[in-house]
Ligand binder design. Structure first.
Ligand code: NAD
Ligand code: DAU
Length: 335
């Protein structure tokens, strides 16, 4: 099988490529990535010189570049996106361009090339926000209610993907997944930001009252879910993917991290809240368990600890990432 992976130089895309190359020795991969601030080929340096792996620097909104990269491809796994909610609040335009227009350009090319599967990697944020302390969870029937420019742009892309199934018969699948954590996550996101700030002796900014709840999933579990959907998922279907944790607040997450890193809670700094901040996410992943036999294998606490170890052992990776554009972003975001 020949796969085109978009956004393969980012956090989840890179983890997915490394996972797939390991588990599918007969397959080849084309990694198509624009290398925005979030794309980093360092994540894939172990694949340099591997004849089963090719990198193409390109923008998914560029139809002719996409068309060339799709030659001989049977399967597309579409990760490429602007992915950070806070950046979407400061500057929404690139989110609409990449996440909506870019997805539509890819879909058109996929129809033209008659690919066997177009898998779209999406998010639980399209469903909006749940009440704190409720037992409610998002599932495949939950009404879309995106509340940030990022979530709205991902919702738009999901609708386009489904429309290409209905209108053109393109064999698509969609996963809507909760918050991932693990190696190679860009330190603008909460967990790697907290870990790397603590290593640097800096405070950890916590938005608002810190009682917001996210559903956490170790990145390799997400990769396995996508693998199963590619192998046995039904065209036209959506699968919700989520973690094992009971509701845990952001403060709860930070307390675990500080404890695991031998620090006290004085590292926490409450800062101005994110506008439109979604209160709570929780995922009901019973459909993918029932139909495809998937369940998360990695529990939150031990894999959070292993993630901390990864950031401690890979200082050069994130110290490099935290220079240049990151410094400007950090000052603008946190003052
Ligand atoms: P990321 O920001 O780490 O990586 C995004 C990648 O896409 C980067 O390599 C970037 O260079 C590339 N890219 C951006 N714009 C592009 C363009 N126009 N053309 C080609 N490449 C482009 O993102 P991530 O956290 O790895 O998320 C990957 C996907 O998974 C996204 O679609 C995101 O919406 C979705 N998702 C993420 C999470 C999460 O917790 N991180 C959870 C659920 C779903
Ligand atoms: O739910 C899936 C989504 O998870 C993905 O679709 C997104 O691509 C991904 O970025 C992530 O979105 P979140 O907004 O939930 O993740 P983030 O790491 O930015 O924030 C997690 C929580 O922590 C959220 O409640 C906001 C809070 N937070 C975040 C940052 C960066 C803070 O309190 N302080 C911070 O500095």
């Amino acid at each position: 099988m020949k796969l085109l992976i978009t956004g393969g130089a980012g956090f989840i895309g890179a983890n997915f490529i490394l996972y797939w190359m390991n588990h599918h020795p007969d397959d080849s991969i084309v990694n198509f990535d624009k290398l925005t601030y979030a794309g980093n080929l360092e994540n894939l340096k172990t694949l340099e010189g591997n004849s089963r792996y090719t990198f193409v620097k390109g923008d998914i909104t560029d139809g002719s570049c996409v068309d060339r990269a799709m030659d001989g491809v049977d399967t597309i796994v579409h990760f490429a996106a602007e992915s950070h909610v806070d950046r979407s609040i400061t500057e929404p335009a690139p989110f609409v361009t990449t996440n909506i227009i870019g997805t539509q350009v890819l879909l058109n090319a996929a129809v033209k090339h008659k690919v066997k599967r177009f898998h779209h990697v999406s998010t639980d944020e399209v469903f909006g926000s749940l009440e704190l302390h409720s037992k409610e969870k998002f599932n495949e029937q939950t009404r879309y209610d995106p509340r940030s420019p990022y979530a709205a742009s991902k919702a738009g892309s999901d609708h386009l993907v489904h429309a290409y199934f209905v209108t053109y018969g393109l064999p698509v699948t969609i996963t809507n997944c909760s918050n991932n954590f693990g190696p190679y996550q860009f330190p603008e996101k909460f967990i790697p930001l907290a870990i790397t700030n603590i290593i640097e002796g800096k405070k950890v900014p916590v938005y608002g009252d810190g009682l917001y709840v996210r559903d956490w999933l170790y990145v390799e579990d997400h990769c396995r879910a996508i693998e199963l959907v590619l192998q046995s998922g039904k065209a036209g279907e959506t699968y919700c993917v989520g973690g094992l944790s009971d509701d845990i607040s952001n403060i709860g997450v930070i307390k675990k991290i500080t404890h695991m890193m031998g620090k006290d809670e004085s590292v926490i700094e409450f800062v101005k809240d994110r506008p439109g901040h979604d209160r709570r996410y929780a995922i009901d992943w019973s459909k993918i368990r029932r139909e495809l036999g998937w369940k998360p294998e990695y529990d939150f606490d031990s894999w959070l600890e292993k993630t901390i170890v990864w950031y401690k052992e890979n200082k050069a990776w994130w110290k490099h990432v935290k220079t240049g554009e990151y410094q400007t972003y950090y000052k603008q975001q946190y003052g």
